[in-house]
Design a protein around this ligand. Structure first.
Ligand code: HEC
Ligand code: HEC
Length: 318
């Protein structure tokens, strides 16, 4: 009997030691690194691409990369990133050669946006957007715009503060979170005459699903529709004061989702932040002022086709 007890005591001590070593290993290793870019890529600037890129960057990247004092994409502390991920700072993505991405090649930028692998090989955890579904043409527009002299991205010497990822982020980045494969085939633009397909394209690429599903941790960025509680709301981004702002259910459920909303109400809410004259949006959901009625209407048509989820989300702080 005593022998057996001693055996268990040793086994437990060994297990505890292994867990401690694993913990230390991940804590010291930090965010993993991968092979750096080997692709050949160049985006040719055209005025149409600059315009399109302004709209995409101004809808998609601005929410995180805005520097609120400078009014450009100089990056800053992101108070809305859930604290469990650590202290998160979006980086300077203006054309500045020292602090921004002026020295990055087009290939390095596209590789990061597609796979999540940065110029130095480090993996960018899910608090940085990845765009596996964006069409090649829209991708080129984003890159051409980032290179332009638009005030949002003109070189601005704002020094970066590196992120301080939490142990959870490091752990997940060594286990669950993996870079995405670089696309092996061309990605065409969606067929805009099919509003459901177009709306899906927008809902995926504008990352609406990322905030409006159950939890950032269970989002599936490669198969968004497999994210837990897809568009059923209840995720917990923070506002600028660090308070939880629960996300509403956008599925067609009539009681708890937006099943009773008209397309006009939806467009007004997303573009101007108002429904029937009442404030419908607060930070971190900024009105998508640059999207057209047709684009937001297409998102509505798509949301009509996804499974309804019954999940009542109370509006935060009201
Ligand atoms: C949800 C917030 C979020 C969104 C949306 C987002 N980013 Fe980021 N981005 C970040 C964070 C946070 C980092 C820092 C990541 C890190 O430290 O690994 C980052 C890093 C980067 C970097 C690397 C910069 C460097 O100096 O290392 C580039 C380039 C970049 N983002 C471009 C973009 C572009 C272009 C878009 C729009 C298509 C975009 N980001 C959308 C949060 C975001
Ligand atoms: C950064 C996280 C985030 C992103 C990205 C985001 N939302 Fe939201 N959204 C929210 C939050 C939080 C609220 C609730 C705000 C409040 O309570 O005032 C909200 C509210 C809404 C509402 C109002 C719903 C209601 O029942 O009142 C609609 C509609 C909506 N979002 C649509 C969208 C669409 C479409 C997209 C993509 C184009 C999107 N959201 C992207 C966080 C986000």
């Amino acid at each position: 009997m005593k022998k057996l007890l001693r055996f268990f005591a040793y086994a437990l001590a060994t297990l505890a030691l292994l867990i401690l070593l694993g913990f230390l290993y991940i804590q010291i290793k930090g965010i993993p690194s991968y092979d750096t870019v080997t692709i050949d890529y160049h985006a040719t600037p055209t005025p149409e691409r600059i315009d399109r890129g302004r709209k995409l960057v101004g809808s998609l990247c601005i929410g995180c990369h805005i520097n609120r004092e400078a009014g450009n994409l100089g990056g800053q502390f992101m108070p809305d990133a859930p604290q469990e991920f650590g202290k998160i700072y979006s980086q300077n993505i203006t054309g500045d050669k020292t602090y921004g991405i002026g020295e990055w090649t087009d290939a390095e930028i596209v590789y990061l946006l597609r796979t999540g692998i940065k110029r130095d090989g480090k993996y960018a955890p899910p608090y940085m957007a990845k765009l596996p579904f964006l069409s090649d043409e829209d991708m080129a527009s984003i890159i051409v715009f980032l290179r332009s002299d638009d005030p949002l991205v003109a070189p601005s010497p704002i020094a970066d503060t590196p992120c301080e990822p939490s142990f959870l982020t490091k752990f997940l980045s060594n286990t669950l979170f993996k870079p995405m494969p670089y696309p092996s085939a061309a990605i065409p633009m969606p067929d805009t005459s099919n509003t459901v397909e177009w709306g899906r394209y927008m809902a995926y690429n504008m990352e609406c699903f990322s905030c409006h599903s159950a939890d950032f941790k269970s989002n599936d960025f490669q198969h968004p529709e497999k994210s837990a509680g897809f568009f059923g709301g209840g995720n917990k981004p923070l506002n600028l004061e660090g308070e939880v702002m629960l996300t509403p259910n956008l599925t067609p459920d009539k009681e708890t989702g937006i099943g009773n909303w008209t397309k006009q109400q939806f467009i007004a809410a997303v573009k101007s932040g108002k429904v029937d004259g009442q404030e419908a949006l607060r930070y971190p959901m900024n009105p998508y002022v640059r999207l057209s009625d047709e684009e937001v209407g297409a998102i509505y048509d798509y949301l009509r086709t996804i499974p309804a989820i019954s999940n009542k989300v109370e509006r935060s702080g009201l």
